[in-house]
Design a protein around this ligand. Structure first.
Ligand SMILES: CC(C)(COP(=O)(O)OP(=O)(O)OC[C@H]1O[C@@H](n2cnc3c(N)ncnc32)[C@H](O)[C@@H]1OP(=O)(O)O)[C@@H](O)C(=O)NCCC(=O)NCCS
Length: 162
């Protein structure tokens, strides 16, 4: 059975191997292990998705599934875990860079944008400055605030965002 859980520093070697196998950048991931998810199957790391947090913006990266496990929904499940974490951390905008999966992310609401439209804090990340080529596709997802099912704060004047 495959399970998804928060990564620990002990997962790092296996995560880096998976990224290498998936031809994805590894630089900078070690700094974001605490916001990374791993999928494990019989104790082996078979999937990952990581978030780098920059204030109210985040970079989704390292979405990878071991080749023999692809096509069974794991990549989508890992992405959903990362986006749920972004919502819990009050992230408003999630960005990603991809050279190989531009057709995978629109199902979550990501849309292609010009590179210079990215939040400056995210543009300074290792992934943006060195790990991913400038030809990579840049995508953005705006997260809407989820109204609480238990109680709703009264809206303050001028804060309604539609
Ligand atoms: C992209 C990736 C994570 C998808 O994982 P997965 O577990 O195979 O995907 P799922 O089974 O959850 O989803 C399958 C769906 O995604 C689509 N899909 C999978 N990989 C895709 C890709 N590279 N580009 C476009 N669509 C893709 C499939 O066609 C399928 O579509 P359908 O639901 O319309 O039939 C996996 O292929 C991978 O690790 N690729 C290499 C690394 C990579 O490119 N990562 C993304 C950049 S961070």
């Amino acid at each position: 059975m495959t399970t998804i859980a928060a990564a620990t520093p002990a997962d790092l070697p296996a995560l880096l191997e998976l990224l290498g196998q998936s031809a994805l950048p590894t630089a900078g991931l070690a700094d974001h292990v605490d916001t990374t998810f791993v999928a494990r199957d019989a104790g082996r790391v078979v999937g990952s998705a990581a978030l780098e947090l920059y204030g109210t913006a985040a970079l989704l990266r390292s979405v990878a599934v071991a080749p023999e496990q692809r096509g069974h929904g794991l990549g989508q499940e890992l992405t959903r875990h990362a986006l749920a974490l972004a919502r819990r951390r009050n992230i408003r905008t999630v960005y990603l860079l991809t050279e190989t999966a531009g057709g995978f992310f629109p199902r979550f609401g990501f849309r292609a944008i010009p590179r210079d439209a990215v939040d400056p804090a995210v543009q300074r990340s290792v992934e943006f400055t060195s790990a991913c080529p400038t030809s990579a596709l840049v995508m953005r997802l705006e997260l809407r605030r989820q109204p609480s099912a238990v109680s709703r704060e009264p809206e303050l004047p001028g804060t309604a965002d539609g």
